[in-house]
Design a protein around this ligand. Sequence first.
Ligand code: GUN
Length: 294
Amino acid sequence: MLFSMIRLGCKEIAESVMNKLKTDTEHFVLQGNRAPSLAVVLVGHDGASETYVRKKAEACGFLGFMHFQYSFDEDCSEERLLEKIDELNERKDIDGILVQLPLPSHINEKHVIERISPEKDVDGFSPVNAGRLLIGEECFTPCTPKGIMKTLEYYGISTSGKKAVVIGRSNIVGKPMAVLLMQKGIDATVTVCNTKTPDLKEYTQNADIIIVATGKPKTIDSSYVKDGAVVIDVGVNRIPDPSKKSGFHLEGDADYSSFHSRDVSITPVPGGIGLMTVSMLMMNTFDAAVRRSR
Ligand code: GUN
């Protein structure tokens, strides 16, 4: 029997989240509240980070959020950055603070993330939010895992009683993803692997849902996946490509083309999970504004 892969595109999902948020924001403001506001801090001139920061500014513009951007040179000291965060923590007109990662190597990311007030930590990276997520309390959920849960829900992919394998154990994606999938009500049986897991296939070939978030192209191909499985590709790898005006093209962590004639559902790159992250950040910023207005 011939199969064709199912492409789980995320453009429509992200657009519907943004449209609903725009309406919710209009109502929030009509009720006499200040528009939600996001402060974005960028250090240095990393090309990918500049693109992400621009997308966040555009999303704020679309929704009618206030947006403040603070850009520092590559050689900005950790002290100067921490001073800026202290100032943003204190400001009444700012609901959400996001420091774009990665930071230059002379700055300790842990110090920076820990300095952001948990009430304004719309990335959900601070120890307080990470801890709250772990014990199932109200918190800011990191945007990429939150966007993946939304995608599974949109496509009616059930998680209860399913075997999920998460490949990658970063604080930003892998760990919070595993926590969300094992939550009560979601009820997946979760295995967390990493690039050093011997015989990765042993785990992935039994999985109903595979989340691949290693930051390494071709971490898995179709030989790693059983029929009927769902693959969520979190990778956004820039591959040098002289045929492109930008000089690169994007590839995920899964070898997408290998799945073509397989009975597998998979998120594409681009056009997949990457599109969800910004809309989830905007949801978190809206929630921060609502909580702070109470
Ligand atoms: N760099 C790559 N992804 C992210 C993200 O979700 N938040 C921040 N702050 N930096 C990032």
